[in-house]
Design a protein around this ligand. Structure first.
Ligand code: RET
Length: 266
């Protein structure tokens, strides 16, 4: 293997190092937000914030390890960063482990604010967990074959990516229904805020397959560095939007709904 192909410029290396640090630091900061604001809503909504706390802890730990994976894989040789002899290769695997925990959690958390209860809640929980997990597991298999990795295989990478996308589409159909159903029992500002979760969801969740596909640019002559740096930047933006911004919108909606029902926020 010609390891020089995997050389990264100082700027590229540092941008990834910094963006990965921003990722886990944001999760730690938002963890405090969700802990401290949990009681600002009626008890029936609080599970949404509890789930955000679970998501933040998992993301903080796994994104911290993700950052270590990056800095441990390379060494500076006086001009550029090259693969370090004897070190583990950089891997996105930790992200997938984080998603495996967080995707079902994020999907289930909204049910509490949308006030979907009883057997409907159970039905959505089961479908979200099944399709969400399969989407991640199939993508995890696919990422081993990503262009630029040791066992790159364009066909297998695309095949597993597309198989994962089928479950992603199912998740999108379900979440659209949940948001519409939740909105139907709300009015005024909370209704508008809750409704705005739909575009946020569509944009932030689509960023993941976009980042997965970024290495395809290498087929068109882009450097390894460009694709890996853009992939890490996109994943981090997606993580902050899909976990933190989403969680804050849910908790703010829950607080407004609670106030309308006469709950006094201390
Ligand atoms: C993969 C593989 C390629 C095809 C598709 C994917 C979708 C990933 C998604 C991940 C969402 C993750 C979230 C994590 C938050 O913690 C697996 C990249 C469709 C949608 C929201």
């Amino acid at each position: 293997m010609n390891t020089q192909l995997f050389n990264i410029s100082v700027e590229g290396f540092e941008i990834v190092n910094h963006i990965l640090t921003l990722g886990y630091a944001s999760m730690a900061a938002a963890l405090l937000y969700f802990v401290l604001t949990k009681n600002n809503s009626l008890p029936k909504y609080r599970m949404s914030s509890v789930i955000s706390v679970v998501v933040m802890v998992s993301a903080f730990l796994l994104l911290f390890i993700q950052k270590q994976s990056w800095s441990n894989a390379y060494a500076f040789n006086g001009a550029v960063y090259g693969l370090k002899e004897g070190a583990d290769l950089f891997t996105n695997g930790y992200r997938y482990l984080n998603w495996l925990i967080d995707v079902p959690m994020l999907l289930i958390q909204i049910l509490f604010v949308a006030e979907i209860t009883g057997s409907d809640r159970f039905k959505y929980m089961a479908r979200f967990s099944l399709s969400g997990s399969l989407m991640i597991i199939l993508g995890y298999i696919g990422q081993f074959y990503e262009p630029g990795r040791l066992n790159a295989n364009l066909f297998l990478w695309a095949f597993w990516g597309l198989a994962s996308t089928a479950f992603f589409i199912h998740v999108l159909v379900l979440i659209t229904k949940v948001i519409r159903q939740g909105q139907s029992i709300m009015e005024g500002t909370p209704r508008a805020l809750f409704g705005a979760i739909l575009p946020l969801f569509y944009i932030s969740w689509w960023l993941y397959p976009v980042a997965y596909a970024a290495p395809v640019l290498m087929q068109f002559g882009a450097s390894y560095e460009l694709t890996i740096v853009s992939q890490q930047v996109i994943y981090t933006i997606a993580d902050i939007a899909s976990k933190i911004v989403y969680g804050v919108m849910l908790s703010a909606t829950a607080t407004m709904l609670s106030e309308k029902k006469g709950f006094a926020v201390a």
